[in-house]
Design a protein around this ligand. Structure first.
Ligand code: C2E
Ligand code: CA
Ligand code: CA
Length: 259
């Protein structure tokens, strides 16, 4: 290739590209064939012991070629623009299914790619209207990726949604680069502490201090805090002592079908 560089062809490069294209074609087919479903994981108020909301999580268990997890098909959909259709499917289904369960908040993951789409706020609002669900019952979970890449655009997108009464949660807090500074720069309603911060918090004093200071800061900014991936009683007990009252994790409930 010049400059004393040699590139050696490796068939594996093609295999990977082909696999991704195959997955993308398959997602399109799966949407068409109505193979996608949602499961819901309860979010618990630790003080009252009640379910305050559910997070909708996409599933592709009925895929013709065998089940595939969201960790694989979501990135493939994001890379191809299919995430707009897939994401709107999840939003519509969650609002239709959980809408009738009064008092339960509906939390749906939204990809950065969707946030970049200027039509998102209107699409969400018309879905809410269609099912007669109040905007205040909906929360969208966003991760930092899009916020880092396009901060100004992200700010506008989040404000358009918040001004209609839809809550915004910063997901996976504690992974990647998102720091306390993010909570200032963008306006959120809630922070979701990632499982990596929560796991074994009772066994690591540095982690305890980190979570405690994050929570102090969040509450000072009037943000709610949800701890994700809580698996052990000891984790919940310590988090609760630090002032956290919203919990999500296998200790309380796994993601489950609507029934
Ligand atoms: P996430 O938004 O961080 O969702 C939480 C993940 O943690 C879920 O994995 C859930 O099943 C898992 N989890 C919940 N409690 C526990 C626990 O106590 N311990 C452990 N080890 N794990 C727990 P899942 O369902 O495999 O989803 C993976 C990711 O796929 C989600 O991570 C989210 O980023 C993405 N995803 C799922 N559905 C959608 C969707 O509709 N739209 C978009 N854009 N992304 C989605
Ligand atoms: Ca999430
Ligand atoms: Ca998360």
């Amino acid at each position: 290739t010049g400059g004393n560089h040699v590139v050696e062809y490796d068939p594996a490069m093609d295999d990977e590209r082909r696999r991704r294209l195959d997955v993308q074609a398959d997602i399109r087919r799966g949407l068409e064939a109505n193979e996608f479903d949602l499961e819901y994981q309860p979010i618990i108020d630790f003080i009252t012991g009640t379910i305050i909301g559910v997070e909708a999580l996409m599933r592709w268990k009925r895929r013709a070629g065998g089940p595939m997890g969201p960790g694989e098909f979501i990135p493939a959909a994001e890379a191809s623009g299919l995430i707009d259709d897939l994401g709107m499917f999840a939003l519509g289904r969650a609002i239709a299914e959980i809408g009738p369960l009064e008092g339960i908040k509906i939390s749906v993951n939204v990809s950065g790619v969707q946030l970049g789409n200027p039509g998102l706020a209107n699409a969400v609002l018309s879905t809410l209207k269609e099912w007669g669900v109040e905007a205040s019952r909906l929360q969208l979970e966003v991760t930092e990726t899009f916020l880092v890449a396009q901060p100004e655009r992200a700010k506008r997108a989040l404000e358009a949604l918040r001004s209609k009464g839809i809550a915004i949660a910063l997901d996976d807090f504690g992974t990647g680069y998102s720091s306390i500074g993010y909570l200032r720069q963008f306006r959120f309603d809630r922070v979701k502490l990632d499982r990596s911060l929560v796991a074994d918090i009772d066994r690591d004093p540095v982690q305890t201090a980190l979570v405690e200071s994050t929570m102090t800061y969040a509450y000072a900014m009037n943000l709610a805090v949800t701890a994700e991936g809580v698996e052990r009683r000891e984790e919940a007990a310590l988090l609760s002592r630090l002032g956290c009252r919203e919990f999500q994790g296998y200790l309380f409930a796994r993601p489950m079908t609507l029934d």
